[in-house]
Design a protein around this ligand. Structure first.
Ligand SMILES: Cc1cc2nc3c(=O)[nH]c(=O)nc-3n(C[C@H](O)[C@H](O)[C@H](O)COP(=O)(O)OP(=O)(O)OC[C@H]3O[C@@H](n4cnc5c(N)ncnc54)[C@H](O)[C@@H]3O)c2cc1C
Length: 413
């Protein structure tokens, strides 16, 4: 492949957005994935696309909640018993990010990635005939206690400081906004000015088709290893063939770490697994993305039914899904939406690629000429993908940029 070509490993939403932005800069793209584009982690998320999801997971005081969350059988956080040896160092790094100063610093970096997400999705979808896959939405954080929501808490304060329009509403207004929601919810914080995906998997499929129509090559193969070639480029070993590449963007989600390890690079990337249940014949609808703040689950009406997604389960990426999550999420969905008809339930598990500071790795991988990172988007990959693509494309097109990549470097830990 020529100097003006880039091979992207991983055609999740991040790899696909990198492909589109590279093509816009006149660079030929080859995408390699073992599966169909956009059908792994990027398929089953909650669909929240927000300029205001600028709050990292490690916030001040989080340490106080962790034991309670771990001990609860129905809580959002679980650690697989065999994962503890990896969990402890990751968890300590996570806690080190949780001062207010650090959270604010991270929030600024998240802002850079999230702020243009809605506009960039609309630009990418324009002309595909599927512009309706992203719709305007509020993000409704629903509380069971009327006196709990306050805009004075640090997370809402940080959002407001960045320009988010937030409103606290009571039970009556909540009922009018989301009639299907249980009357147990007594108040909500409504985050305005954002969007949601009505089918994250379809967005991946449509945008990958757009990239292919514009000349991207798609190779369906599993990458088994990376090594330097004799001419200073790269050899990509796949299950089918060996590919030559001058420049590689590694966008293989949580599996990126496995491909870096033989090169002597160890990154603290954990598989923070999440689940969804989807009810194709739910019999109820929601107008917005709605979070049950106690259960930490997000419900949304999607093209294929009502989807309820959540859970943070730290485990090996390829460990089997925990079947108990299906019953738990279904029960939580019914508590949120009492008239929901559970009927047929589609159950899904995906792996958030999570660094301890909630930020992805984007940029040149140190001491690996021609190898670039675009992975580690944890809870925010759908919304951060388009700007990630823009940053990667500017970098590879040698465009001058006023964006510092320091916060996103692979060796920052
Ligand atoms: C329950 C849940 C809810 C979520 N909700 C939201 C949300 O509302 N909003 C939001 O912004 N984010 C959300 N996320 C996070 C978001 O889904 C992820 O951050 C995002 O999908 C990551 O995209 P990716 O392209 O990096 O990874 P992936 O989608 O996992 O793509 C990686 C690709 O690499 C391929 N690959 C890996 N290894 C190889 C190999 N060796 N050879 C060939 N191909 C390979 C895989 O097949 C895959 O297609 C949620 C996640 C979960 C689990």
């Amino acid at each position: 492949m020529s100097e003006d070509s880039v091979t992207i490993i991983g055609a999740g939403i991040v790899g696909i957005c990198c492909a589109l932005s590279l093509q816009e800069r006149g660079i030929h793209v080859r995408l390699v994935d073992r599966g169909e584009p956009g059908q792994e982690t990027s398929f089953g998320n909650a669909g929240v696309i927000s300029p205001w999801s600028v709050i990292p997971q490690a916030m001040p005081g989080i340490w106080k909640n962790i034991p309670r969350m771990l001990l609860s059988r129905t809580g959002p956080l679980t650690v697989h018993p065999t994962f503890w040896p990896k969990m402890v160092p990751w968890g300590l790094r996570f806690l080190r990010q949780s001062s207010e100063a650090k959270a604010r610093e991270i929030s600024d970096a998240m802002d850079l990635l999230c702020r243009p997400s809605v506009d960039l999705y609309r630009r990418h979808l324009q002309g595909t005939g599927h512009e309706g896959l992203v719709v305007d939405s509020f993000y409704v954080h629903a509380f069971r206690h009327a006196d709990r929501p306050t805009l004075d808490s640090l997370d809402y304060k940080m959002r407001r400081e960045k320009g988010a329009e937030l409103e606290v509403i009571g039970a009556e207004a909540l009922r009018a906004m989301e009639p299907a929601l249980s009357h147990d919810f007594r108040a909500a914080v409504v985050i305005k000015g954002q969007a949601r995906a009505v089918s994250p998997g379809k967005i991946g499929q449509v945008l990958a088709e757009k990239a292919i129509m514009r000349g991207a090559e798609f190779i369906k193969a599993e990458v088994t290893g990376l090594s330097r070639s004799a001419n200073g480029g790269w050899e990509i070993r796949t299950t089918n063939e060996i590919l030559q590449a001058e420049r590689i963007v590694l966008a293989a989600g949580v599996w990126s770490a496995v491909l870096l390890r033989p090169l002597g690079l160890s990154v603290p990337l954990a598989a923070e697994r999440g689940y969804h249940v989807e009810f194709p014949k739910a019999g109820v609808t929601l107008k917005n993305s709605v979070m049950d703040v106690d259960a930490k689950i997000v419900a949304s009406s999607m093209a294929d039914g009502v989807r309820v997604a959540g859970s943070s389960e730290f485990a090996d990426a390829d460990a089997p899904a925990d079947p108990r999550k299906k019953a738990l999420l279904t029960q939580q969905a019914r508590a949120m939406l009492p008239d929901l008809d559970p009927g047929e339930v589609n159950f899904w598990m995906g792996r958030r690629p999570s660094f301890p500071d909630s930020l992805p790795s984007i940029g040149p991988i140190p001491a690996q000429h021609g190898l670039f990172s675009a992975f580690g988007h944890s809870h925010y990959g759908l919304m951060m993908a388009p700007k990630t693509g823009e940053m990667v494309a500017d970098l590879l097109a040698n465009r001058t940029s006023n964006v510092s990549l320091e916060a996103f470097m692979a060796d920052r830990f």
